[in-house]
Design a protein. Structure first.
Length: 334
């Protein structure tokens, strides 16, 4: 092969590789006004300086700035000259963040109808990690007890000293023990069998010696069910638009609320269902004895009136211990 041909082949390969590189680079573009700060440790403060442009040929100024996440601040010069740009320094204290996170700063300039938006995104590694998570759920029947063990891991270099404090009048107890000194802990949550039936949304706080993360909050949600119960315990229609229902009666099916009535053991029968809300219709499935029933609560559009929805549904059963279930109904018709 002669030299001119070799040179042409080399140029062709270079052009093809350049096009491939440009194609790969363009396949994953970084959106304008976005900064990915990578991976940081919880409690670190990340910051980035964005450029704010005034596209107008007249003076402008910043009228309003909004940050979407706690711990975010923005520093800027309020006035911008015609076609001028200015730096906006955004800082984010990640003390309250864990995992993949995204937050934005929106800036409203005079003379413009839409805000300028800058994004910060990245991953925050927990300094104190609670496994399997910082929200725990218990579902049990009355007179039952339950216990769950969580693992608390310290990812900081300094040894961790910690104590657990449940909220006042909590319906659970806690016991914290050290598995590996300063690094790994066992957190035991216990719900006793004497907790009354009901739903409890509670919490505990882990107090630590880490100045970056002095407290860690863990949610503890408890549902204690009676032997015969309905789920959910409230029928909530939210906001119902009467005009839309009148124009399209088929929407009645979309706002129908469904609940389950169950028994812990054995079959039972629903003998009667009544309500003091005049526009509701109640339907059950199956009709005969069962250990579980589906109850659909629908509306009759022609009876609807604008205003609040308030009332009750009463379900009567042949269960000797619990012959009556009363469910509140709420919502509004606009």
């Amino acid at each position: 092969m002669n030299k001119p041909l070799l040179a042409a082949a080399a140029v062709l390969l270079f052009v093809l590789s350049l096009l491939e590189w440009r194609h790969q680079g363009a396949s994953q573009p970084t959106p304008p006004g976005t900064h990915d700060f990578g991976t940081v440790r919880q409690g670190d403060v990340v910051d980035h300086t964005f450029t704010l442009n005034n596209p107008l040929d007249t003076p402008s100024h910043i009228e309003k700035v909004e940050c979407s996440a706690p711990g975010m601040t923005a520093r800027f010069k309020r006035a911008l000259g015609p076609l001028q740009h200015s730096d906006v320094r955004v800082a984010w204290d990640t003390r309250g963040e864990v995992g993949d996170v995204t937050a934005h700063v929106q800036i409203w300039l005079s003379g413009q109808t839409t805000p300028v938006e800058f994004l910060l995104t990245g991953n925050v590694t927990a300094v104190v990690e609670v496994k399997p998570g910082r929200a725990q759920y218990f579902s049990l029947y009355q007179h039952e007890s339950a216990e769950r063990h969580l693992t608390v891991v310290n990812h900081a270099l300094a040894p961790l000293v910690m104590q657990a404090r449940p909220q006042p009048d909590a319906h659970f107890t806690v016991h914290l023990s050290e598995e590996t000194p300063g690094t790994r802990f066992d957190l035991a949550l216990h719900v006793a069998g004497d907790v009354p039936p009901g739903r409890y949304m509670e919490w505990l706080v882990l107090e630590t010696n880490n100045p970056q993360l002095p407290t860690v909050r863990v949610a503890v949600n408890i549902l204690v069910k009676t032997d015969l119960y309905a789920n959910p315990e409230t029928v909530d229609f939210g906001a119902v638009e009467l005009g839309q229902l009148e124009q399209n009666p088929g929407l009645e099916q979309l706002i129908t609320q469904t609940l389950m009535v169950k028994r812990r053991q054995g079959a039972f029968s629903i003998t009667e269902m009544t309500t003091d809300v005049p526009f509701l219709k109640l339907m059950q499935e199956p009709q005969g004895p069962s250990a579980a029933f589906r109850v659909d609560v629908g509306v009759v559009t022609t009876r609807l009136r604008r205003g609040p929805i308030q009332g009750t549904i009463i379900i009567r059963t042949d269960d000797e211990k619990q012959p009556l279930i009363t469910l509140p109904v709420r919502g509004s018709v606009g």
